[in-house]
Structures are given as structure tokens and as C-alpha cells.
Design a protein around this ligand. Structure first.
Ligand SMILES: [Fe+2]
Length: 377
């Protein structure tokens, strides 16, 4: 039996409020969304006289965190992922039992890799090249998402220049969210998805190793030929690619949509959203920056890739913020008036929201910005 009416039409109200959330806030107030299940469950809006992030100090481990992945040493002990090869040694930053975020700067791999622990979703922050897989070859470039189902055998052959990829490793199967009323061609048309093209195996005829990761340990299986030797395939389980330029965000000129409107992938107990260049809300009273919240049922991770991050000062490309469940976050103080001076945002950012609390690794702690918690002052 369902005890909660999911679209309660008659919420309770006390004191000074706006009847339409995120629009025409009472003079001198800051709106907080106090809500369950991300932005989907029961919700109350609180109108406060101070931002909830205007704390003077924090004692204890719970706090907003930020990490500069540009400073990650690729030689860091990456034992969480098992691979210590110079050409492919992802460095784990944050993880729980459903998802692990890694920072990867691959070189040309002279071996093949297979993840038997989960699906691999790459976001290409910088660089590009050629990806050889069980299903054929895909060229890739900056802004691409690459989806590699668990068990795919692959290797990167990056072009010259710096390579920096965010790897979101998913223990469960990755899918794309239902578009509901937006229809099947919204956000991106499925026809924009690219899949690999079959080519004869590349590289010399020699012994090839497949490095298989299972339970974060590597086993090497050797073949006297290149085992990516598929000459035909049919079916709906394959490697695929979509570039963020081909994702068309929805927005409303009169209402600040919740992050869930920007969902790109669903995993088990987590969601991946893409925040992409888009116009701001037009109506004078409509909020243009996110409301304050503590997102009590999700940990929230944002990876900033390019553009100007309108709601966060002091955050640049290649940085990550992590807002754990239970402590507030929201726009930086200058972001609210600044958002009124601009018509659009050019940000490209990837958000990962997780149901279960994440844990930061030693590699993340080594590149932490320790003052981030006080950046709202
Ligand atoms: Fe948030």
C-alpha cells in the first residue's frame, strides 16, 4: 500500500512563502529545498534569512569537499582498480559499492583490457584518439561519453597531446533514462548514437595479453593472435558514443528545473547528469541558480570540464566537488546577483549522484582543496 501521495496538492504552509517554488522569493530570503529522494520525493521549501552555507566553522568529518584532478599523479597507487600499467592505470578518487570514479590518462596500450566488475563509462575531458573494442573501432574526442558494457575487451590508442578522462565505473548495468512526456527524441535522438565500425585487428601478429579485472585484481590471459577478431555482430548490447554537443538540454524560461531534468545515464543506485550550455531563465522573478539543499538521500559529485561555472567561484576545469548527504550546499554568494547579469551559461559539467555514501581515496585526499568548505563566506 502506498502511504505517500507523490503529488500532494495541498501542502501545509506557515509564514512568508512563495506559492510557486523557485519563483518570486519573499524579499530578503534564501530558499532551501528540504526534500527526499533527490528532487522527486516529499518536499518542503524553507525561506530563510541567511544562506545555510554561511557557517563560521565545522568540527568533524562531514563537509563539502573539492579536489583538483589536474594535480593527480598518474603514478599514484591505483590498486583500487587493479591495473598498474603505465599505459593504463586509472586513479580511483571516490567510490562506493555501486560506482567508482577514476581519473585516467592513458598512453598507447600494447595490451587489451576487460573489466569484469562493471560497465565503464568514460567522459573525455581532454584528448582523443582511437578506441579498439570487441565490436570494432571508434574514434573519440573531447566531450565524448564512451559506454563500454561489462566484459568488453578494449584498448585506447590516444592521439598525441594531453589525455584526461573521467571514468565512471558502474557495478550495475548502465541505461539511459526514460524521456517520459518529452518523447523518445528529446535530449538526444537515439540516431545520434555512434557504434564501432568493424576493421581487421590492428597491430602486429604476435602474442597479445588481455588484462581482465575481476574483484579489482588483474589476470592476464595470453593469445597467439589479437583476440579482437570479430568479423560480424548483431544485437543491442554494444559499445556506443555520444558527444555532449549532441545532447540538447531542456530548460524553462520561467522555472529553474531540478538537476534530474539533465539526467543522461542511470546506474544501480546512481545517476549521471550533464550540465551543458543553455540560456538562463528569462522571467524576472525566476531563480537562475540552484536553490540551497542538502540532498539528504544522495551524495552529489560534480566534475567541471569547461566553460564558466556560474554557481561556483574558484572552481576550474578538471576539478571535482563532492557534497555528501546531510550538509548543505548551494550557489556561492556572488553567484546569485552575477546570474542576473548574464543570459546564458557555457558550462560543461558531469554530475554523479549516489544513493549510498561515497568514500574518498588517499589519491583524492592528496589533491584536496582543504579550504573549500569556507568558500561560501
Ligand atoms: Fe546539489
Amino acid at each position: 500500500m502506498k502511504l505517500i501521495n507523490e503529488t500532494s496538492l495541498f501542502p501545509l504552509r506557515k509564514g512568508r512563502i512563495t506559492r510557486q517554488a523557485h519563483v518570486d522569493l519573499p524579499e530578503g530570503t534564501y530558499e532551501e529545498e528540504f526534500a527526499r529522494q533527490g528532487f522527486f520525493g516529499r518536499t518542503t521549501h524553507l525561506y530563510r534569512t541567511h544562506p545555510t552555507t554561511a557557517w563560521s566553522r565545522i568540527e568533524g568529518p562531514l563537509r563539502p569537499r573539492s579536489y583538483d584532478l589536474n594535480k593527480v599523479d598518474p603514478a599514484t597507487d591505483a590498486s583500487m582498480l587493479g591495473s598498474r600499467e603505465p599505459a593504463f592505470s586509472p586513479v580511483c578518487i571516490l567510490r562506493n559499492e555501486d560506482v567508482a570514479l577514476h581519473w585516467v590518462s592513458p598512453g598507447a596500450m600494447d595490451f587489451l583490457y576487460r573489466n569484469a566488475d562493471g560497465d565503464d563509462l568514460y567522459f573525455i575531458h581532454a584528448g582523443g584518439g582511437r578506441l579498439e573494442t570487441t565490436f570494432g573501432v571508434l574514434e573519440y574526442t573531447q566531450g565524448d561519453y564512451l559506454v563500454l558494457p561489462r566484459g568488453t575487451t578494449y584498448r585506447f590508442l590516444p592521439a598525441s597531446g594531453p589525455q584526461a578522462y573521467l571514468l565512471i565505473e558502474s557495478a550495475g548495468e548502465l541505461t539511459i533514462p526514460d524521456r517520459n512526456q518529452l518523447g523518445p527524441n528529446a535530449l538526444f535522438d537515439p540516431a545520434m548514437i555512434d557504434t564501432p565500425e568493424l576493421e581487421p585487428p590492428s597491430g602486429p601478429d604476435r602474442e597479445w595479453a588481455v588484462h581482465i579485472k575481476r574483484r579489482n585484481e588483474i589476470t592476464r590471459v595470453f593469445y597467439p593472435f589479437n583476440p579482437n577478431d570479430v568479423v560480424g555482430w548483431k544485437g543491442d548490447l554494444t559499445v556506443w558514443r555520444i558527444n555532449v554537443k549532441d545532447i540538447r538540454p531542456v530548460m524553462s524560461p520561467r522555472y529553474h528545473l531540478p538537476p534530474s531534468a539533465h539526467s543522461t545515464f542511470l546506474g544501480r543506485n546512481f545517476v549521471v547528469c550533464s550540465f551543458l550550455p543553455r540560456p538562463f531563465e528569462e522571467e524576472e522573478g525566476a531563480m537562475r541558480v540552484p536553490f540551497y539543499h542538502s540532498n539528504i538521500d544522495y551524495d552529489e559529485v560534480l566534475f567541471y570540464s569547461s566553460g564558466h561555472f556560474f554557481s561556483r567561484e574558484g572552481i576550474g576545469p578538471g576539478m571535482v566537488t563532492w557534497h555528501p548527504q546531510g550538509i548543505h550546499h548551494g550557489p556561492h554568494p556572488k553567484a546569485i546577483p552575477a546570474s542576473r547579469l548574464k543570459d546564458r551559461t557555457d558550462e560543461v559539467a558531469v554530475m554523479v549522484d549516489t544513493v549510498h555514501p561515497l568514500e574518498a581515496t588517499a589519491a583524492a585526499e592528496a589533491v584536496e582543496n582543504p579550504d573549500y568548505w569556507s568558500s561560501w563566506k
